[in-house]
Ligand binder design. Structure first.
Ligand code: TMP
Ligand code: ASP
Length: 239
């Protein structure tokens, strides 16, 4: 699609969003910057921008193929993609299949314990507040999304979880948990943001090795290798 990149609209912790000459489209640039724990830990992960852009593009294409549309339109080079302009709904949607991270801590569960049923959580996207967990009543009371929009978000999140768990299983990867963001495009609820090792927990099915941002969060080393491994497996290049 012939679209021109214009001025920067917003710079986040991992991405920059630009306007284009068409108000319906944004241009997203993925950065190598990495943060954790609400920005308290900062660093860079070499080539992360490249890996997350490519991995997200593959995931959005995969979901589209299975009937779940997203903001993604097309790649614009190694680290950039063209997307539909979304008005982001400030709710992070977290799907969990296995206890890890904040859930393991909050509920006193051992990391790696399989949940008897998958769980959905919602967090209010606010850096100042540290993304507090909220429920449907808070979302309604704060006017973050309508009840109808939340119904649609949950429907899509459950479907995405099912599709992604199965797909990664075929690639020898356990999808432990992940975070999604949704937005409105001409009043339609659409999946946005990214799907990458920054926003998912991936464990190798055999070795249980972590192949995601926990390697950065927990100083486990071989961070770049993990991102590359996820991209390779998605592309079918088994190493
Ligand atoms: P958590 O266990 O730290 O709550 O993280 C759950 C999942 O959500 C994990 O796959 C990482 C992802 N996540 C984000 O993408 N952004 C965030 O700000 C947080 C806290 C988690
Ligand atoms: N807490 C987020 C994470 O660990 C990143 C951040 O908020 O800086 O993924």
């Amino acid at each position: 699609m012939m679209v021109e990149k214009k001025q920067m609209l917003y710079e986040g912790k991992a991405k920059r969003v630009y306007q284009t000459d068409n108000p319906d489209y944004y241009w997203v640039e993925y950065k190598d910057d990495a943060t954790a724990f609400d920005g308290k830990k900062k660093g860079t992960i070499k080539e992360k921008g490249y890996y997350n852009n490519q991995i997200s593009a593959i995931m959005f294409d995969f979901l589209k193929d299975k009937g779940i549309d997203s903001h993604y339109i097309e790649l614009k080079g190694d680290r950039e993609m063209l997307v539909k302009a979304l008005e982001i709904i400030p709710v992070e949607v977290i799907a969990r299949n296995i206890a890890a991270g904040s859930l393991a801590k909050r509920l006193g569960m051992e990391e790696g314990t399989e949940l008897s049923k998958p769980v959905l959580e919602f967090c209010y996207k606010s850096d100042e507040l540290g993304d507090p967990m909220i429920n449907d009543y808070h979302i309604d009371a704060l006017g973050l999304a309508t009840v109808e929009q939340m119904k649609e978000i949950k429907k899509q999140a459950w479907e995405i979880n099912k599709l992604m768990v199965d797909h990664f299983k075929d690639l020898g990867i356990i999808l432990v948990d992940f975070k999604l963001e949704f937005g409105l495009h001409h009043d339609k609820v659409l999946l946005g943001d990214e799907i990458s090792p920054d926003t998912c927990r991936f464990w190798d099915a055999e070795t249980k090795e972590k192949l995601d941002k926990d390697r950065f969060r927990r100083d486990l080393g071989k961070v770049e290798d993990a991102y590359q491994e996820i991209l390779n497996r998605l592309k079918g290049d088994v190493s």
